[in-house]
Design a protein around this ligand. Structure first.
Ligand code: HC0
Ligand code: SF4
Length: 579
């Protein structure tokens, strides 16, 4: 234990606590820029690089960075003396000296940590002029890098290397030429980047942003030749409200639907419908592998891994190519939706698939890449034409001058808009496997599942394990979110040490609620927890909570697909992976 005073307030902390944390514990928020910590999610970035958090410690000649300085006995600390404030302003001016001053047109304007710090410190004049970086960056299908806007905070490196263990990003060069880049300065799309977007989610400026497709969506809507269909992912409804000043965790499903109708989409459908379909196919696959295993089939591969997260798919394709036959072959709900919309629904409309434009609204940036994959196209026509993020939808709504908070709730269209509680929880870590269990249990035991809430599968811990009783048969379930956590479970499988029958993996910490396309959390992990709560609340309020009970799914099988894992299902709803 260590006792000290900060701004004349006494504070007692554990040895090893930083001044930043000690100050926070007594309600003093020292400003930070490069520093970011996501409690519980293994994300802590404190390179001590920007020096915005400096404080004065009595008896020390130099100012101390609060994020890096440990408390010691008897310290007397001042967090906002004139000397401290002057130092912070000088530091900011130096950072801004080689930053392009494009705030009016910058993609991050209004959401930029650098901009808000400049405001907070009252910077009105720049006394220094630095060299502009010559690195302009590159464009991948999902992410745009504008490296002249990089301030070397290193948050993206922490996300990519420590949390995701993908290791694509590192600092190169020196001085004004220093940037964060893939090895040999290769473009992101040539690297093993998964497009998880976690680097984008933590970038303080517009050095890393999504590839924006909002205007392409508008062009499709105004084209009279096209029928434009939109699908919305489970996690979008739990976060979109934040972009309009609503409390995190506010569910805005009905307002989102109303906004999409006002924006002029011809049909507003739900990715959740396709999530129910995924459960039908993936559930059948789990049961098939499980029963073959129980019958002594030595060829069958267990555990089965979920495969609906495209960041995760790209991760195992690059990093565990020897294991590409383990994940489920079921396509993701986004892609199942596209395949069904452009076959079954196109038939109902008596239209050719090329006359339809399918747009998805996703919390995710990897979905932009997923829909460009060749296996998800028919004669060059993609099943999903355009994928936009939650943030891009918020911009579309703003562009159209809709007063989002005042919209009257509306319902999804039918038939591809009906969904169950099981599909809603896809949006958070643990939800896909819980949804699968709700259906697989009934299919396997032929008994009714009375208690649909599997609380043991829920939470925010990076790796979770639970055993579910299938009427006497214990089924071991694993859950990992964040690719670093996934890697640990995969290493166990590789070493033949895995105890699981089925594992759910989501690339983003928190699952899709924490996706790289969601409204920025600015380091507040409570926001993710509130979104998670909202997702479970939506599930609890749904009249039907098991995917196989969705009447429109039953109708789809009856009229079109036959049964799960049928030839037609295989043709439209299953895929394969590439090493
Ligand atoms: Fe997800 Fe999905 S749940 S990946 O997290 O499976 O993006 O929200 O749309 O496809 O449904 C994202 C979210 C989806 C898909 C679904 C899955
Ligand atoms: Fe790394 Fe993910 Fe960013 Fe790619 S998108 S660079 S994998 S953090």
């Amino acid at each position: 234990i260590v006792k000290l005073t900060i701004d004349d307030k006494p504070v007692v902390v554990e040895r090893g606590t930083t001044l930043l944390e000690a100050a926070k514990s007594i309600g003093i928020n020292i400003p930070t820029l490069c520093y970011m910590k996501l409690e519980d999610l293994n994300f802590e970035n404190k390179p001590g690089g920007c020096r915005v958090c400096v404080v004065e410690v009595e008896g020390r000649r130099n100012l101390a960075p609060a994020c890096k300085t440990e408390c010691s006995e008897g310290m007397v600390v001042h967090s906002h003396t004139v000397r401290v404030i002057n130092a912070r302003r000088t530091v900011m001016e130096l950072i801004l000296s080689d930053h392009p001053a494009e705030c009016l047109t910058c993609a991050k304007s209004g959401n930029c940590d650098l901009q808000s710090m400049a405001q907070k410190l009252g910077i009105r004049e720049l006394h220094y002029k630095g060299e502009q970086s010559r690195y302009k960056g590159d464009k991948s299908p999902a992410i745009i890098r504008e490296m002249d806007k990089c301030i070397m905070c290193r948050r993206c490196e922490t996300a990519c290397n420590d949390v995701q263990t993908v290791g694509v990003l590192s600092a190169i060069n020196r001085g004004f030429e220093s940037v964060v880049a893939p090895a040999f300065e290769m473009d992101l799309d040539k690297s093993s980047c998964t497009y998880c977007g976690q680097c984008v989610a933590v970038c303080p400026t517009a050095a890393l942003t999504e590839r924006d497709s909002t205007w392409k969506v508008v062009e499709a809507i105004v084209n009279p030749q096209k029928t434009v269909i939109v699908q919305t992912a489970p996690a979008v409804r739990a976060a979109l409200g934040e972009a309009f000043g609503m409390e995190p965790g506010t569910l805005v499903t009905g307002k989102m639907v109303a906004a999409l109708k006002k924006l002029g989409f011809d049909y507003v459908f739900d990715t959740d419908f396709a999530a129910d379909l995924t459960i039908m196919e993936e559930g059948a696959e789990i049961l098939d592998r499980l029963s073959r295993h129980l019958n002594g089939d030595k060829e069958v591969k267990l555990p089965i891994l979920t495969s609906c997260c495209p960041g995760w798919v790209k991760f195992f394709e690059h990093h565990f190519p020897e294991m590409i036959d383990i994940p489920s072959t079921a396509k993701s709900p986004q892609q199942m939706f596209g395949a069904i919309a452009k076959s079954y629904f196109a038939q109902q409309l008596k239209k050719k698939r090329e006359d339809l434009v399918v747009v998805s609204v996703m919390p995710c940036l990897a979905k932009k890449y997923e829909c460009t994959r060749e296996e998800f196209q028919v004669n060059g026509d993609p099943d999903v034409n355009l994928s936009i993020s939650t943030r891009e939808l918020a911009n579309l709504i703003r562009n159209a001058n809709l007063d989002f908070g005042k919209l009257t709730d509306e319902d999804f269209d039918h038939p591809l808009g009906e969904s169950t509680g099981a599909s809603v929880i896809f949006g958070t870590t643990g939800g896909v496997i819980e949804a699968a269990i709700r259906s697989a249990y009934e299919m396997f035991t032929e008994k009714k599942l009375e208690k649909v809430d599997f609380l043991e599968l829920r939470g925010m811990e990076g790796i979770r394990k639970a055993t579910v009783d299938f009427d006497g048969l214990p089924i071991n379930i694993g859950i990992a979110h964040g690719l670093g956590n996934a890697r640990k479970l995969l290493e166990d499988i590789k070493a033949g040490k895995s105890e699981f029958h089925a594992i759910e993996i989501m690339a983003c910490p928190g699952g899709c609620i924490g996706g790289g396309g969601q409204p920025y959390h600015h380091g507040d992990v409570e926001i993710l927890k509130k979104r998670q709560k909202a997702i479970y609340a939506e599930d609890a309020g749904k009249p039907i909570r098991k995917s196989h009970e969705n009447p429109y799914i039953q109708k789809l099988y009856k009229e079109f697909l036959g049964k799960p894992l049928s030839d037609k299902s295989h043709e439209l709803l299953h895929t394969h992976y590439f090493d």
